[in-house]
Design a protein around this ligand. Structure first.
Ligand SMILES: [Cu+2]
Length: 310
């Protein structure tokens, strides 16, 4: 049955192609500190796309997300995805420290030249995900486009330690892509929390009870994620979910090592609850953390689950 369902979810699989990892000093901004980061500039050139976009479910810019268009058809003069690189800079008036405002700057280039134009995808020109190494911290923010391929946003890291930054964007007329970067933040680190599968895929967050069920859970297979949302107090189904960034929900998935990343959009973007369904493919067996984000009453809530894909 799953095979018959067409993909309506947009997805990006960032295959863990880390072999080219080196260490590089990120360019220093005048007057600001810089830092060394483990770079993985080409980490996402390999996309694991085994589903065709559903033609009528998205506009073309959405449908292009993460899809390589194997036929070779590509709109516009967009750069070859493999040439697109992100250069990351963290500046905080010194060494980036936890609990201090830190400016994250990411410059997108293609073939060494700035990518000037970006398509808006889900209401933003760039989506940025930040997670701590143990995946206990999750942040989804939207850097401001400064022109010349440069995006900036100020944020605070909650504690010292390693974080992964992920930028999602769509060079104009091209495909959605993501670029990732590990960064090291100074300051006292929290004790790492174990990344263990949840025994029960039901959680209460901000007064909502959210249950996740997954059909077809197997490596390399299409899996359907269904969130069912009820009011935690009354147990009544929630039917007034609001669009969040243009869809009923957003799902971000990372492998336990944070090396593979998927960003999935719902089958029916205009749904309002109590169910929201997402289709994706977990590329391999292992432990994944899944964050679902929804909006109700003007408030965004984020529900995390940890699962094991057999
Ligand atoms: Cu976003």
């Amino acid at each position: 049955m799953m095979k018959r369902l067409k993909l309506a979810a947009m997805l990006i699989v960032a295959a863990a192609v880390m072999s080219a990892c080196g260490s590089k000093t990120v360019r220093q901004e005048g007057g600001h500190g810089s830092m060394n980061m483990n770079t993985e500039p080409n980490a996402h050139d390999s996309m694991n796309m085994n589903m065709e976009p559903e033609p009528n479910a998205h506009d073309s810019s959405d449908a292009s997300a993460g899809h390589a268009h194997p036929g070779g058809e590509r709109k516009g003069a967009a750069a070859d995805a493999s040439d697109v690189k992100a250069e990351w800079t963290l500046a905080g008036g010194g060494q980036p420290e936890a609990r201090r405002e830190t400016l994250i700057r990411v410059a997108i280039t293609s073939g060494g030249k700035p990518v000037e134009q970006f398509d808006t995808a889900h209401e933003q020109k760039q989506h940025m995900i930040i997670v701590s190494k143990d995946l206990s911290y999750f942040s989804h923010i939207h850097p401001e486009y400064k022109g010349g391929g440069v995006f900036e946003i100020a944020t605070e890291f909650p504690a010292g330690g390693e974080y992964k930054l992920i930028a999602d964007f769509v060079p104009a007329g091209g495909s959605a892509m993501s670029r990732m970067q590990w960064v090291s933040i100074g300051g006292a680190a929290d004790k790492a929390k174990p990344i263990e599968p949840d025994g029960d895929l039901t959680k209460v967050v901000d007064g909502k009870e959210i249950a996740l069920s997954i059909d077809g859970l197997a490596a390399g297979e299409e899996a359907m994620l269904t969130y069912t949302i009820a009011d935690a107090r009354t147990e009544k189904p929630v039917t007034d979910l609001q669009p969040y960034l243009g869809a009923v929900g957003h799902v971000v998935i990372l492998t336990a090592d944070a090396e593979s990343y998927l960003h999935v959009h719902p089958m029916d973007e205009k749904a309002s609850g109590p169910e929201a369904r997402f289709m994706t493919t977990f590329p391999k067996s292992g432990i994944y953390k899944i964050w679902g984000q929804f909006k109700r009453g003007g408030e965004v809530f984020t529900v995390p689950f940890i699962i094991k894909v057999p």
